[in-house]
Write a protein that binds this ligand. Structure first.
Ligand code: HEC
Ligand code: HEC
Ligand code: HEC
Ligand code: HEC
Ligand code: HEC
Length: 418
């Protein structure tokens, strides 16, 4: 496999875990972390134009630099980093983004933990959940006022993974090649917000790597916790030129549907059911997910089957299941992998259940998008945190939300052939 070029100076691989493990891993990360990149040529608009329309090499070097000063002549609206301001002129993108998990990345489950962290640990989590320097400042300012737990007091931080985090550096707008013409490079600086610098790098899967691919140095049994870009590179979809954006931003829509969306998940899979003489069979194929299904350790997916009695009720003792999930944990101070039954692109998992005298068998797929948080992280945190405090209240809300995200797909009843 070709080694991946990681564009970030990221310092963490540290989540999904108890406070103890977080400290452990971030300590390790500090040792492994490459030095921060040197600042680029200088503040826009004086910076030299690159000859190819590439993004600046430090575009995703974390921590992101502050934007600095916006040009004097800009309106209040052009200066604003708030997604609502972008939405005044890009309302379609804003309305789509608002419904996405990127917009909800500054969530109760995150903030409940940040309240117990120092500023440095907080900043490392915010690199992916609210990446702008101005968002970190806004959150620390709220903390200094004792209001960090209130979304209304968090200012720009509450916007999560928002427009400016992906599109602005030093107040300069960056975006993909122009839709109609394919034009790249700097557009007319006389238009709104000084125009835009258009780069094909926005259309590449590597654009998403900053937050969806860890450095291979963090591998556990050969695979880092986030390995999505590497998985994608080995997929048939990558060979056909289908990128992350192709599946998650069709027609450049800012929706980013994933494991939390039943329709998206159903589109990525093929479920086939077969009523044989001896047994019923359920085959599930990863036919349209351009990476492992699922790509993260956080979801759990379970194929299930049960025989039914004459009234259609499940017959006791007949239920069988097959779990599709990667499980990891910390043992003796080290990360270890316990199992990995995820489906790589093209792979199939099967579940069979003999009739055992029954006439009918029910088969289906259960999806638990937030299983790891639900089962491991939040319960452990709630056991540690003082019950009445703001962190515990936020984590309890996150726990309820994680549990509510479960759903069922492909439910089918098979009848025994004569
Ligand atoms: C006052 C209206 C206005 C506001 C506010 C505004 N934009 Fe724009 N934006 C425009 C216009 C007009 C263009 C087209 C510029 C061009 O073609 O040179 C544009 C172009 C863009 C493009 C390139 C789109 C394309 O067609 O290729 C991106 C990306 C972009 N803006 C992002 C943002 C972001 C992010 C914000 C908020 C931080 C923002 N804009 C706020 C008016 C606005
Ligand atoms: C490298 C990028 C990255 C960093 C750094 C990061 N996260 Fe996340 N986080 C993600 C992604 C991607 C998801 C969604 C997929 C998943 O659940 O794994 C996520 C999901 C979560 C969730 C569950 C969804 C939600 O918002 O409720 C929580 C809670 C969370 N992260 C907390 C943290 C904490 C605490 C830290 C710092 C210790 C942290 N994250 C650092 C990328 C990151
Ligand atoms: C997670 C990163 C990310 C966030 C957050 C984000 N964008 Fe984008 N945006 C992209 C990418 C990537 C593309 C190019 C997609 C492609 O070419 O398939 C894009 C394209 C665009 C375009 C050009 C669309 C076109 O039709 O040609 C505009 C305008 C834009 N974004 C505005 C916004 C606004 C406004 C917000 C916030 C409401 C926002 N973006 C949030 C990554 C992001
Ligand atoms: C061929 C289409 C396709 C491509 C290409 C693709 N995805 Fe996905 N992705 C899906 C589908 C379908 C799902 C829902 C099933 C699932 O969760 O695996 C999904 C789920 C996800 C999830 C949800 C979390 C999880 O554990 O599965 C994330 C995050 C994600 N994709 C990121 C990416 C990134 C980043 C890339 C590019 C490196 C990418 N995807 C490429 C189709 C695609
Ligand atoms: C600045 C960091 C960042 C960048 C850049 C980024 N993401 Fe994300 N993404 C996140 C975080 C954090 C979450 C989880 C939000 C949450 O639930 O708290 C997420 C969630 C998602 C999900 C939803 C997963 C689910 O559980 O259903 C998809 C799909 C996704 N991202 C795809 C992409 C794609 C495609 C790109 C590139 C165009 C991209 N992301 C760029 C940070 C990022």
């Amino acid at each position: 496999m070709t080694p991946i070029r990681i564009r970030t100076g990221r310092t963490t691989a540290v989540r999904f875990v108890s406070a103890v493990a977080v400290v452990l891993v971030s300590g390790l990360a500090a040792v492994l972390n490459p030095p921060a990149a040197a600042a680029d040529a200088g503040p826009w608009p004086d910076a030299k134009e690159p000859s190819v329309a590439s993004l600046p090499p430090d575009y995703w070097h974390q921590p992101l630099a502050a934007q600095g000063e916006a040009p004097q002549e800009w309106s209040e609206l052009e200066r604003s980093l708030a997604p609502e301001a972008c939405g005044q002129c890009h309302d379609d993108k804003y309305e789509q983004w608002r419904t996405s998990l990127h917009a909800q990345a500054f969530s109760p489950g995150l903030v409940g933990q940040l309240l117990t962290y120092d500023a440095a640990q907080t900043a490392s989590c915010m690199e992916c959940h609210a990446p702008l320097a101005e968002q970190k400042q806004a959150f620390e300012a709220a903390r200094a006022r004792g209001q960090a737990h209130q979304p209304a007091a968090q200012g720009l931080a509450a916007a999560g993974n928002s427009c400016a985090g992906c599109h602005l550096r030093r107040y300069r707008r960056y975006g993909p090649p122009e839709r109609e013409t394919g034009a790249t490079g700097q557009s007319d600086p006389g238009t709104a917000h000084g125009g835009v610098f258009r780069s094909p790098d926005f259309e590449a899967s590597e654009f998403c790597a900053a937050c969806h691919q860890h450095d291979p140095a963090y591998a556990i049994n050969g695979k880092p916790l986030e390995n999505t870009v590497v998985e994608w590179r080995a997929s048939p979809q990558a060979a056909q030129g289908i990128t992350c954006q192709g599946c998650h931003m069709p027609e450049r829509k800012h929706l980013w549907r994933g494991i939390h969306d039943p329709d998206m998940v159903a589109r990525g899979l093929s479920a086939r059911f077969h009523a044989g003489r001896e047994a019923a069979r359920f085959d599930l194929t990863n036919s349209g997910v351009g990476h492992a299904f699922p790509t993260y350790i956080t979801p759990k997916v379970v194929m299930r089957a049960v025989a039914l009695d004459a009234s259609g009720a499940p017959r006791p003792g007949t239920a069988v299941s097959r779990v599709i999930q990667r499980t990891v944990g910390v043992r003796g101070g080290r990360w270890v992998e316990f199992s990995d039954t995820r489906l790589l692109p093209g792979e199939t998992a099967s579940l069979t259940l003999p009739w055992q005298g029954a006439e009918r068998i029910r088969m289906w797929l259960d999806v638990y998008p937030d299983d790891y948080y639900d089962e491991q992280v939040y319960d452990a945190l709630l056991a540690q945190l003082p019950a009445q405090g703001a962190p515990a209240r936020l984590i309890a809300a996150a726990d309820a939300r994680a549990r509510a995200s479960r759903y069922r797909l492909f439910e089918t009843e098979l009848t025994r052939p004569d």
